[in-house]
Design a protein around this ligand. Structure first.
Ligand SMILES: C[S@@+](CC[C@H](N)C(=O)[O-])C[C@H]1O[C@@H](n2cnc3c(N)ncnc32)[C@H](O)[C@@H]1O
Length: 430
């Protein structure tokens, strides 16, 4: 397994880091944000850090195709680090990378890895063959599929045609979406983006986010267009007391705060909550931050947003490491936690108040089924369908129980959206 990189040398350092990330994700089941948060890329300059992550994520999106192409050039699979260098090289070469630069850099990566240095000749020979015949063969291969543990339940829920469309969206990756603090048109003009039908701003080739106009002045924050809809369902009003439960890193906290409501944001992760504070500082917005287990939180609120912890299977376009690092074994515990959280949040809501429940999941058990079951447990709970009357929301996205099902294959021509489920619940009485 490759060692964490220590030095920067153009092209080679970023690729060495990308191979390290791939080793950790595919060999150790670790997730990209966890690796980056633990400092895996800290010794690289900012542009190499971004490049290493992009290369690793692109490789994961194309992994199935890369393995198919490499299969015919390898008598037996080499050690994981060498395999990952070959996978990375194959993806780069088949997606238009210049053969000379890609091959030399990856040969250097392996040559400088003591345990695998003797295989640098193999890397050179295989990648030169891929450079010649890879790109054409690549284009003829099927869209990479989700692993069976995830494809099975999703195909049961949505059918095989929809799964194929979702997989195409995963393979395509995701553009950058922004939420404007006040004026989406002005933000779109400043960053050379477009305003989507629901009001988010989309940027096709964003480059470094912190270099975009309006970042330093806090005119916007990064938030997927589907994620931004949850607060639109809640429709916070100035002066209301609103609980933002499971708030970090704070995209929805900022949306609520921008409405003039009084926000209490709760999350049980101090590290992630520090990012909420950073985001509030940058955008000049205010919220009360509480680091605590949401199941022990007390109070009484006009409205609640519950963005519950979930499988995050709706975010695979942006996080292609997820299907490789996970195996579904945590689904049961997450589903149980979500229903406990719904029940506890219901006790914190004033009669007559409203609660939006959402998850960035594609599994009905974390969405539609949660709400059907919650309605069975709470006689004073009703789904508020009127909350879905939002510009740009397609009536076809509305589910039978009155929630919104958002999928990565929606808006395919404009670049898709994350998978989400959300519903607005009214507490009767009051
Ligand atoms: C889907 S993320 C929230 C995203 C956030 N609402 C946003 O829009 O930026 C789920 C969050 O739930 C938090 N969490 C998980 N279990 C929790 C618990 N028992 N109590 C409070 N927060 C919890 C995690 O730390 C994580 O930040």
């Amino acid at each position: 397994m490759a060692k964490p990189p220590t030095a920067s040398d153009t092209g080679v350092a970023a690729r060495r880091s990308a191979v390290y990330l791939l080793d950790q994700i595919l060999g150790q089941g670790r997730l990209m944000p966890e690796l980056v948060g633990a400092g895996a890329l800290d010794r690289l300059p900012a542009d190499d850090r971004a490049r290493a992550q992009r290369l690793a994520l692109d490789t994961l999106r194309g992994l199935e195709r890369a393995d198919r192409l490499l299969h015919k050039h390898l008598r037996k699979p080499p050690a994981l680090t060498v395999r990952n260098a070959l996978r990375l090289g194959t993806v780069e070469l088949c997606q238009g990378g210049a053969a000379h630069g890609v091959v030399n850099a990856l040969v250097d990566v392996i040559a400088s890895d003591r345990r695998n240095a003797k295989l640098k000749g193999l890397v050179n020979a295989v990648l030169r063959k891929i450079a010649t015949d890879g790109p054409e063969a690549w284009a003829a291969l099927r869209v990479p599929r989700l692993p069976k543990w995830l494809r099975g339940p999703l195909a049961d829920a949505w059918g095989s045609e929809t799964i194929a469309a979702i997989e195409a969206a995963h393979f395509a990756g995701a553009p950058l979406d922004l939420t404007a603090k006040t004026d989406p048109q002005a933000v779109a003009a400043a960053v050379n983006g477009i305003v989507l039908p629901t009001g988010s701003v989309r940027v096709a080739d964003a480059g470094q986010v912190t270099a975009l106009a309006g970042y330093a002045t806090g005119d916007w924050w990064v938030q997927d267009a589907a994620a931004a809809l949850a607060v639109r369902l809640l429709s916070p009003k100035a002066g209301e007391t609103i609980l933002d439960m499971c708030a970090a890193p704070g995209g929805k906290t900022m949306q609520i705060a921008a409405s003039g409501a009084q926000v209490t944001a709760v999350d049980d992760s101090a590290t992630r909550m520090a990012r909420v504070q950073d985001n509030l500082d940058r955008t000049g917005l205010k919220a009360d931050l509480v680091v605590a287990d949401g199941l022990t939180h007390s109070g009484l609120y006009d409205a609640i947003l519950l963005d519950a912890p979930c499988s995050a299977t709706g975010t695979i376009r942006r996080h292609p490491d997820l299907p490789f690092a996970k195996d579904g074994s945590e689904f049961g515990a997450l589903i149980e936690l979500q229903s406990q959280m719904i029940d506890h949040m219901w006790t914190l809501l004033k009669p007559g108040g409203r609660m939006v429940f959402c998850t960035c999941s594609l599994l009905p058990d974390e969405g539609e089924v949660q709400i059907e079951e919650a309605l069975g447990r709470h006689a004073d709970m009703q789904v508020e369908r009127a909350a879905l009357n939002i510009d740009g929301v397609d009536p076809d996205w509305v589910t039978s129980e009155g929630g919104l099902r958002l999928r990565p294959d929606y808006w395919a021509a404009q670049g898709g959206m994350d998978g989400f489920y959300m519903a607005c619940l009214r507490k009767m009485g009051g």
